[in-house]
Design a protein. Structure first.
Length: 127
C-alpha cells in the first residue's frame, strides 16, 4: 500500500510541476501578447501621425490652388478694367465732338436712301 501511496504522491508532484510549468508558459504568452499590443499601439500612433501629415499636405495644396484661382480672377478683372479705361480714353481722343457730329450727319444722309439704317437710327433716337 505504501508503494501505491508513493506512486500517487509522485503523480501528484508531477501534476503540480506540470501545472506550474503551464502557468509559467501562460504568463510568458500573456507577456508576449502585451508586447504585441504595445507594438500595435505604436504602429497605430505612427499611422495616425502619417495620416495627419498627409491631410496637412493635401490641405496646403488645396489652399495653393484656391490662391492661384483667386489671383487669376483678380488679375483678369483688373486687366479688363484697365483695358476698358484705355479704350475709352483712346476713343475720346480719336472721336472729337466735331468728328462725331460729322459721323452722325453722314449716317443721316445715308438713312434717306437706306430704310434699314433709317429704322435703326430712329430706334436709337439719332434721327
Amino acid at each position: 500500500m505504501e508503494q501505491v501511496d508513493r506512486r500517487f504522491e509522485q503523480i501528484d508532484k508531477r501534476i503540480s510541476e506540470l501545472r506550474e510549468d503551464m502557468n509559467k508558459r501562460f504568463e510568458q504568452v500573456d507577456k508576449r501578447f502585451e508586447q504585441i499590443d504595445k507594438r500595435f499601439e505604436q504602429i497605430n500612433n505612427e499611422l495616425n501621425r502619417l495620416v495627419n501629415i498627409m491631410v496637412g499636405i493635401f490641405a496646403g495644396q488645396i489652399a495653393l490652388v484656391v490662391a492661384v484661382i483667386g489671383f487669376a480672377w483678380w488679375d483678369r478683372r483688373t486687366i479688363i478694367r484697365k483695358a476698358k479705361e484705355e479704350t475709352f480714353e483712346d476713343m475720346e481722343k480719336e472721336l472729337k465732338p466735331e468728328k462725331f457730329k460729322k459721323l452722325i450727319n453722314v449716317l443721316r444722309e445715308k438713312a434717306k436712301t437706306d430704310k434699314e439704317l433709317e429704322a435703326l437710327l430712329r430706334k436709337y433716337g439719332l434721327l
